[in-house]
Design a protein. Sequence first.
Length: 221
Amino acid sequence: MTQVPSEWCEASLCGWIRQPANTWSNVGFLVVGIVILVWTARGRSPHLRGLGYVCLVTAVGSAFYHASEAFIGRVADYVGMYLGASYMLAVNVSRWRKRAGPVVRALFWATLLAPLVVMLYAPGLATAFYVGETVFCCLGLEVALFVRERRSIRYRALVVYWAVFLVAYAAWQLDIHHVLCDPGNHLLNGHAAWHLLNAVAFLYLFRYYEQFDVLRDARFP
């Protein structure tokens, strides 16, 4: 498999698992995905089971990437990231239109697949696409929805989501820029903390989305 240079602080080992901390920490996404699927299987917000699958795909793709440091693993990692961003975008578009349907499903698949195709030819744009879609979804549509519907929405879970996510993102940045960095630490580091905290953030995102009746007719992915 084609290898790609590691961007993270953790030193790569010569073995089956090249970055142990960055690999095992994806267990957070696995646990949260299972929790969401068990919760929805019991009849509680079954329409949101897709978010559970997003967490599971993220866990597998990210773990594969950090274990192998292969280019195909990097693509698998971004599949999970783009799934999450596309899911959030589809949710907010459904809320804005007050319905889901084929248009939203088409938007979901388009915003998932298009960046992956571009990534194959311009890998350097991978993160930019993710950030752009996330910012548009969360700082664009969410703010617009707040202006229109703030009196009918409970925001506590979303506030917790953002608080946890921003701490996780700070850990990611400190790690990738080697600000807080111990390459020999294969148990826990900044990027591993990003995985664990971001998984917790997904759980609060799920709790936030539970309140929206319009999503009960949505089927994405």
